[in-house]
Design a protein around this ligand. Structure first.
Ligand SMILES: [Zn+2]
Ligand SMILES: [Zn+2]
Length: 140
């Protein structure tokens, strides 16, 4: 049976699939999301690692320390450079954080349920009508 959700990088080399309906979907304004996306924020959601299947490609990994002090690994396509997902996040074992824009049909999952690291929000961006967290949701 085909998976409920599929996604890929910009060039299509890295492809993935999962079935879980995401329940954690966030707009993240942290420094890494700004720097690695080149935008004002990034939207991502969590999927259990056990449900996440890499269908093709060999995503490269870049390990770094987040604003929170936690280590994690940002995965990107070595062919096109697109950021696809994050794994090995300290404190969230067995969880993959997928970039919303990598989905083939991002409109099929729930809109963001919270905005996080809003302390780095640019003043000209508008807050969504969802809970706002200055840093991690459990930190303020
Ligand atoms: Zn690619
Ligand atoms: Zn972030």
């Amino acid at each position: 049976m085909p998976s409920k959700y599929t996604g890929q990088c910009a060039c299509g080399s890295v492809r993935f699939a999962f079935d879980t309906d995401p329940t954690f979907v966030a707009d993240c304004y942290c420094l890494d999301c700004q720097k690695s996306s080149g935008g004002v924020m990034a939207t991502y959601f969590s999927v259990p690692e056990a449900d996440f299947t890499l269908l093709s490609g060999n995503p490269n990994g870049f390990g770094y320390v987040a604003d929170t002090g936690n280590k994690l690994r940002r995965r990107f396509c070595p062919e096109c450079g697109a950021r696809v997902y994050t794994d090995q996040l300290e404190g969230f074992p067995g969880t993959i954080f997928v970039m919303l824009g990598a989905l083939d049909h991002p409109e099929r999952i729930t809109p963001p349920l919270m905005e996080i690291f809003t302390k780095r929000r640019l003043v000209w961006t508008k807050a969504l009508d969802v809970p706002q967290h200055r840093a991690r949701p459990d930190a303020d």
